[in-house]
Each structure stands twice: as structure tokens, then as C-alpha cells.
Design a protein around this ligand. Structure first.
Ligand code: ZN
Length: 497
């Protein structure tokens, strides 16, 4: 391969295709990329950014192969690649589609002095950071990715004098730093995604926050979209937690009272974008964050699917799913939830139906209500009389699932509460003293209620045991000596005649 002489240097931040086009014009006086073929380099391989082809051109032109490769955007039929990232076709522009007239005039007087910047090839790049001006657009549309020639000096001077000034935003600088591989402070969220994904999430989030859930970003002007994206960038660069807060703000914009799984109603087109984007360029880490956001605020059952992931464990209950799980009438359930402090007292019907409760907090309640035993079932389960059962409840020796109150209706006792009392009974010493007194007699002799006697036994102030056999309340026996002591305490010393 013959080297090209004289040398033509690579411009600062010049794109590889611009360099090849400039070499062609410099050495052959023609437009296009003919020089690549003249050097017997495979043009297809060069455009695909294949190392051997790009490096061969660099060698022939006497410039650094590594530098030229770093300025190459690889072209494939369905996507582009840059910096090891896959990009959508429309995320990349051809050389010459946008340019800063002032930069080109500063490059030199000859057309071969003027070169296309790599940065100008990226769709979200609107401004020249150096001149603080909106880039000019080529008059003609490119065919494919074929480089477009720049206008002549008089037209460039006219464009430069009319360029619209604009202050570059931190987002503009971030894009430039990513493209030019400069060190940057972009936060953990942006660091986990491609440049295109990061730009897109800023655009979708910003446009939604600025223009509402139904925003269609293609209907916004370039400036509107850039403004919204730059605002969202300030949030997104702070990391995952800030993104989650922004999703909460988006969700708060929804006035929908749609039931579960109507995520579109809550997150608008932002959700649609995350849901529908796939293929070569997915939406990136926003998908996981949005899914987590939905799961934390929506009652989802087993088998429901959120953004491509099937729910394997219910994490939230809504009033509706809780009503089904407990088999309680929604009205009674609501009173119960308020009584237990799980739902706020003063929320209206609509808000109540939108409330969700962590499964962990309501799981035990569901189970307790599901297996609850009414007062009338206690004598059979605890081996006592109805009057004794009532005394136990009155004294608080056994507690209902929901404290009594208006609208609560029937008072029920959780199965685990009954089990707790039974296992306590089982733990009492087993003996059959001849002088033991059962609870019915003990209550009559001491004028104490069954509940008070049991509390005394539990606290160790009254000595008692149980008969062998089933650990029922009827099997309890209290020592006679303790009965006498209690008689003295409750009735005073016997009066001598
Ligand atoms: Zn410029």
C-alpha cells in the first residue's frame, strides 16, 4: 500500500468518515470516500468500523490508528455502534447534517481544512459547546449515512452571524464527555446504561414531568425536548433513589382510579415507552426501577406480569385483594383496617380503594380472620363453660383479633390466640392433689372471676396445677391453702363469734 503524501492531520474530535472524505478530496479532488478503495481497503469493513480497515487507512495517512478508531461510528444495516455501545440508527446523523459554522470558519479557508466533528453526529447534540450556539442544519437530507458537503465560506459566514445563542446545559456537557471519553460525574444510574438509553430516559421523564402523562415527544420541538431532558438530567444524575422519587412524582400526576394492572394510567407514555422498547436498544435500567416502583405500589397476585417479569410472590394487597383473601365484606374489612390502624380513618372511598398494604403487615391479619373462632366456640376449644369463656374475654386473658367497636360486628378470636392459651395450660404442673379446687368452686369461694384467677396462676401468685389428660381449663386445680389465703384477702379475717 502506498502512503499518502503529503500528510493530512486528523482534526480535533473529527469523525473517521469525515477524515476519509477529506483525504479523498485532498488527494483526488473528488467527493465521497474513494480514497479508501484506492488504497485497496474494504469500504464496507471501514464503514463497519472493523479494526483492520480503519487502522489500514490510518497507517496510509500517517496518523494514530487508535485515535482514528476511537472516532469511528460503526455502521450496520439495523443499528450503529460506538464506544462498545449499540445505538439506534436514528441516534446517529451523517457527517454534515448538523454543523457549527463558526467552528468550520475557524478551521481554515480551504474546504479540506474544514472537518465534521464526531460530536455533531449524535442526535441529542444541539449546540456547539465552544461557541454556545445552536448547530446549523444542512439544506439537503442525507442519503443513507453518506456525508453531506458543508456550504461555502459566504454561506458559513451568513449562518455564523445568524446562529441562535444558547447556554450549554450540564446534560450537553455530559453527552460530550461520554462521546469524547472524558472523565465525568454521572452517578450510578447513568453509568449503568448506554449514552442513548441515558438520553432517552431523560427525555421521557422530563417530557412527562413538564407536559403530562400523555406527552408524545415527537410532537415537541427540539428545543422543548432538550429543555425537559436537561431538567430531568439533574434528577437522574443523582442516582436510583432520585429516579424513584421522580417516578412517584409522575404517578402523582395520574388522576386515574383504574384498578390494578392499569400501569399505563399511572405512568402514561413513560410506561408505554419502557414496555414497548426492545430489540437492539432496550430502555436500560429504568425498566427495573419502574417495575420495582409498580410492585411497591400495586397489589399484584401470583402470575401477574409487570414489564416482562412474572410475579412469584405477592408483596402488596389492595383493599380488593385483601377482601378476597379474608373473605370479609369490603365494608367490614375497612372498619377493621381502620380500627387496627392499618388504613387511615379519614380517607374517602376512592382513596381507600387505591390504598395498598404490604403483605407482611396484613398476612397475619388475613390468617387470623380466616381461621377465627367466635366466642361461642371458645368453651369447646378451651374446655370451659360459656360463663368462664366470657370471663376470660372480659378480663383480657384472651384477646380478640379486632378490638370491639362500632361496625366491627362479631368478636372473633384468632386460632393462634387459642393455641397460645392451650399451650400455657399444657405447661402447668400435672398433679392430682386430693385437696385441689376447680375453677368453678374456687370462684365461688373467693368471689374472684375465672379471668382473675387464671391471671393469678399465670403470674405465679396463685399455686395451681392441672389434672392428667387434656389440658383444658376444667382440668385446673388450685391449692386449698391458696384458696384460704385468697379468702382472707378478699373477705377479710373471719369474725369470731
Ligand atoms: Zn462552534
Amino acid at each position: 500500500m502506498r502512503p499518502l503524501t503529503p500528510d493530512l492531520g486528523l482534526g480535533d474530535g473529527e469523525s473517521a468518515t469525515s477524515y476519509a472524505a477529506r483525504l479523498t478530496q485532498f488527494h483526488t479532488g473528488q467527493t465521497g470516500l474513494r480514497v479508501v478503495q484506492d488504497l485497496a481497503i474494504d469500504l464496507g469493513a471501514f464503514l463497519k468500523g472493523e479494526a483492520h480497515a480503519v487502522e489500514a487507512l490510518a497507517h496510509a495517512a500517517g496518523i494514530s490508528p487508535t485515535e482514528l478508531r476511537s472516532c469511528s461510528i460503526a455502521r450496520f444495516s439495523r443499528h450503529r455502534e460506538f464506544n462498545g455501545e449499540r445505538l439506534a440508527r436514528d441516534f446517529v446523523r451523517p457527517d454534515g447534517a448538523r454543523f457549527c459554522a463558526s467552528c468550520l470558519l475557524e478551521d481554515g479557508d480551504r474546504s479540506t481544512d474544514r472537518y465534521a466533528r464526531l460530536l455533531w453526529r449524535f442526535r441529542p447534540v444541539r449546540l456547539c459547546l465552544r461557541h454556545g450556539a445552536v448547530l446549523s442544519a444542512a439544506e439537503t437530507n442525507a442519503i443513507g449515512d453518506r456525508p453531506l458537503p458543508f456550504p461555502g465560506t459566504p454561506e458559513l459566514e451568513r449562518l455564523a452571524s445568524r446562529a441562535i445563542s444558547a447556554d450549554p446545559t450540564p446534560m450537553d456537557r455530559w453527552i460530550a464527555d461520554r462521546v469524547l471519553r472524558q472523565p465525568m460525574d454521572q452517578g450510578t444510574f447513568l453509568a449503568r446504561q448506554t449514552l442513548e438509553q441515558g438520553v432517552k430516559v431523560c427525555e421521557m421523564l422530563g417530557a412527562t414531568l413538564d407536559h403530562g402523562l400523555d406527552v408524545t415527544i415527537s410532537r415537541l420541538s427540539e428545543a422543548q425536548l432538550a429543555d425537559s431532558a436537561a431538567e430531568a438530567f439533574e434528577i437522574v444524575r443523582q442516582g436510583d433513589e432520585a429516579v424513584m422519587e421522580a417516578l412517584t412524582a409522575v404517578r402523582a400526576m395520574s388522576v386515574s382510579n383504574a384498578g390494578q394492572a392499569k400501569f399505563r394510567a399511572f405512568y402514561g407514555n413513560l410506561y408505554e415507552w419502557v414496555r414497548a422498547t426492545g430489540g437492539d436498544v432496550g430502555p436500560g435500567p429504568i425498566r427495573d426501577l419502574l417495575r420495582d416502583h409498580i410492585k411497591a405500589r400495586t397489589a399484584l397476585g401470583l402470575g401477574d406480569t409487570v414489564l416482562g417479569e412474572e410475579i412469584s410472590e405477592r408483596t402488596m394487597h389492595s383493599a380488593y385483594t385483601l377482601s378476597r383473601a379474608t373473605r370479609l365484606h369490603p365494608k367490614r374489612l375497612r372498619k377493621i383496617l381502620v380500627r387496627l390502624g392499618i388504613a387511615p380513618e379519614n380517607c374517602d372511598d376512592l382513596d381507600y380503594n387505591l390504598l395498598v398494604f404490604p403483605v407482611g403487615e396484613t398476612e397475619q391479619l388475613c390468617l387470623d380472620l380466616h381461621e377465627a373462632v367466635p366466642l361461642s366456640g371458645l368453651p369447646g376449644d378451651l374446655g370451659c363453660s360459656r360463663a368462664q369463656a366470657e370471663s376470660l374475654c372480659r378480663s383480657g386473658f384472651i384477646n380478640p383479633v379486632v378490638p370491639p367497636g362500632e361496625g366491627i360486628g362479631r368478636i372473633d378470636y384468632a386460632r393462634r390466640e387459642i393455641t397460645r392459651v392451650l399451650s400455657w395450660l399444657e405447661g402447668l404442673p400435672v398433679w392430682a392433689p386430693a385437696d385441689g379446687v376447680d375453677l368453678t368452686r374456687a370462684a365461688k369461694m373467693t368471689s374472684l372471676s375465672t379471668g382473675d384467677l387464671l391471671a393469678g396462676i399465670r403470674d405465679g401468685t396463685i399455686g395451681a396445677g392441672r389434672m392428667p389428660g387434656a389440658p383444658w381449663i376444667s382440668a385446673i386445680r388450685i391449692r386449698k391453702s391458696d384458696i384460704r389465703r385468697l379468702q382472707l384477702e378478699t373477705r377479710g379475717p373471719p369474725v369470731s363469734a
